[in-house]
Design a protein around this ligand. Structure first.
Ligand code: ZN
Length: 366
């Protein structure tokens, strides 16, 4: 893969990913579809859902598969794949090589997301497909996106999805569903919206040759052969996730499992982030907050329109959080670590990605 002569950042990502001054990242794929994306710590993102399954005593994987499939289909609906659905359903017009060609086209995009490499083990048009991911992570989400691709190629509205690990690879088995299970109501909720960037105060020192933020090149390392993104500073794995998908997942979990879900997810995200921050080296509060908010912006998680800090509270107003619950939880973790006190949150406003909240020490706590 070609790299920038100036900074060494992969040229392809400098072209596809636009780090905006509002603390978001807009990606444009080869079909011209624009999406807001975020770079998330893979282990942390997996932990949130594992913790949730544990807390409520129910495996949430099927909900993740379904939500990711829905959003994947909405995205593929905008790409050339949809044209395949208009071909007659027989081996002559929809031969295996066409499915493979489409998958190959998509595989390059999948590898840029850091969720491994995708390939096709078996494909019988109209009957079944077996999709394999090497170096996989976020298994239910990969299974959901494989199902979205499969249903788009087959031109069907629903499929049966099974997935398992095979010597470290994720193997996803797909078949047309006997009955239509995905409700039209769900499909309507999971429509695709183009990303709309806003103005913002985040200033990056950028490479003069390719325009990528210098910090992005220093932090993230893409290995497109394996489909793995590594954080150079922590050695941990990172993944690119569509912001709309993160929101769709959390919204579906809440609708399916109850309104207590966001509160549980908030608690798990806060605990995970607090644990990571406790080992931080920066002791100066001002610099700690600046670096922390800048890191979230570099990951495309958004940036506050305003932030007011006192010794005993933080008030944040944000219009472009990758997910409001997760952003507030990460902010609360920073507040708890810097103040040394457990916190509680008060929402003034909470609509989609737009929110205003205040964090204060838990009343009555020392
Ligand atoms: Zn460069």
């Amino acid at each position: 893969m070609r790299e920038c002569r100036q900074c060494g950042f992969p040229r392809k990502f400098a072209t596809y990913f636009d780090w905006r001054e509002d603390g978001t990242i807009i990606s444009t794929d080869r079909s011209g579809t624009r999406a807001q994306i975020a770079l998330l710590n893979a282990g942390e993102f997996e932990s949130i859902f594992n913790d949730l399954s544990h807390t409520i005593g129910l495996n949430v994987d099927p909900f993740l598969v379904k939500a990711y499939k829905g959003i994947g289909k909405a995205i593929y609906g905008h790409t050339p794949i949809r044209h395949v659905a208009f071909l007659p359903n027989n081996r002559f017009f929809r031969p295996q090589f066409l499915a493979r060609a489409l998958l190959k086209l998509t595989a390059a995009d999948v590898a840029t997301l850091g969720t491994g490499r995708v390939s096709l083990d078996r494909y019988a048009p109209g009957a079944s497909a077996v999709v394999r991911f090497t170096y996989p992570c976020l298994y239910p989400l990969l299974a959901g996106s494989a199902a979205a691709m499969y249903e788009s190629v087959e031109g069907i509205s629903d499929s049966d999805v099974e997935f398992e690990l095979d010597a470290g690879d994720l193997v996803v088995r797909l078949r047309p569903a006997a009955e239509r299970a995905l409700s039209t109501e769900l499909e309507e909720r999971l429509h695709y919206e183009e990303a709309v960037p806003i103005e913002g105060p985040v200033r990056y020192s950028r490479c003069r040759e390719c325009g990528a933020p210098a910090l992005a090149g220093l932090t993230f390392q893409w290995d497109t052969n394996r489909g793995v993104i590594k954080n150079r500073l922590t050695g941990e794995r990172e993944v690119v996730v569509a912001v709309q998908a993160v929101n769709a997942i959390l919204r579906e979990l809440e609708l399916e499992l109850g309104e207590g879900i966001p509160g549980i997810i908030y608690g798990h995200q806060k605990a995970l982030t607090r644990e990571r921050l406790e080992s931080r080296s920066e002791r100066d509060a001002e610099r700690f907050w600046d670096e922390y908010l800048a890191d979230m912006a570099l990951r495309g998680m958004g940036y506050p329109m305003s932030i007011a800090r006192t010794a005993s509270s933080v008030r944040v107003e944000i219009a472009n959080a990758y997910n409001l619950v997760l952003y507030a939880a990460k902010t609360a973790a920073a507040f708890e670590v810097s103040s040394g006190q457990a916190s509680e949150i008060q929402w003034e406003r909470r609509e989609g990605n737009l929110g205003t909240f205040t964090l204060t020490p838990v009343a009555g706590a020392a």
